[in-house]
Design a protein around this ligand. Structure first.
Ligand SMILES: O=P(O)(O)OC[C@H]1O[C@H](OP(=O)(O)OP(=O)(O)O)[C@H](O)[C@@H]1O
Ligand SMILES: Nc1ncnc2[nH]cnc12
Length: 223
């Protein structure tokens, strides 16, 4: 079955119904966020799927450009991405900045000597994060990348791994930093880049995007 929805006009037209591979004529700030898919599952799943926007070349490129822009002239030695989805943005950003890439991994994958840090994320589960011991040296300046910051638990564990070895967190790049206690602490404590224009922050705070109303799916449709 397929329900049809009216396409919203006016203020939120940049977040109106759009095909996965479509590109609007005028690419407004954060236009590609409307490609993100709402969750059809209950917690502890995340409330949406940002990875959908990576399917669209222009969206992926614009997203990377927005994340890299504030750091273009900064002194960065290495880009670190957090397992798993942070690898996608992290590797793309490393390539864009012409820097190497360091994988910060969830426990049980690295077959070399590691430093580790326990943490808790939005699922409430206790997890372990690991990084190889031969990459971070005192004074090394790292740009930390992940797909999303919700409670901030994951990013805070990565920050600890870097700083404990004397590394410097030169910046943090992520699609969205949620307005949580941990999210606010990260945004106040480090130079950050994210993709959410101010006009859309209320929608992210409510975890409901206007674009969801017309999301092209037979499972999630007109509300
Ligand atoms: O701020 P937090 O509450 O710690 O949550 C953020 C983390 O959760 C997500 O990863 P997730 O574990 O859902 O998936 P992934 O392993 O596939 O990246 C996201 O990409 C961050 O890594
Ligand atoms: N991908 C994601 N989307 C929304 N909230 C999240 N929390 C953690 N990961 C998330």
């Amino acid at each position: 079955h397929h329900l049809s929805c009216p396409t919203p006009t006016g203020e939120n037209s940049n977040l109106s119904r759009m095909d996965l591979f479509g590109v609007p004529e005028k690419r407004e700030r954060g236009w590609y966020l409307s490609l993100m898919a709402p969750s059809i599952r209950d917690p502890p799943y995340a409330w949406l799927d940002p990875s959908r926007l990576y399917c669209n070349l222009q969206a992926f490129q614009d997203c990377i450009e927005d994340l890299v822009r504030p750091f273009q002239r900064d002194d960065i030695d290495l880009v670190a991405g957090i397992d798993a989805m942070g690898f996608i943005l992290g590797a793309a950003i490393a390539n864009h900045l012409k820097k190497g890439f360091l994988a910060i991994r969830k426990a049980g994958h690295l077959c070399v000597e590691t430093h580790s840090e326990e943490y808790q994320d939005y699922t409430g589960r206790r997890k372990l994060m690991e990084v190889r011991t031969d990459a971070i040296k005192p004074g090394l300046r790292l740009l930390l990348v992940d797909q999303w910051i919700e409670t901030g638990g994951t990013m805070q564990a990565a920050i600890k791994l870097v700083e404990r070895e004397g590394g410097v967190v030169a910046g943090i790049a992520t699609i969205c930093i949620e307005n949580s206690e941990g999210g606010k602490w990260i945004a106040e404590s480090y130079k950050c880049s994210h993709c959410v224009p101010e006009s859309l922050t209320p929608q992210f705070d409510n975890r409901f995007l206007e674009s969801f109303r017309t999301f092209p799916s037979h499972q999630t449709n007109c509300f």
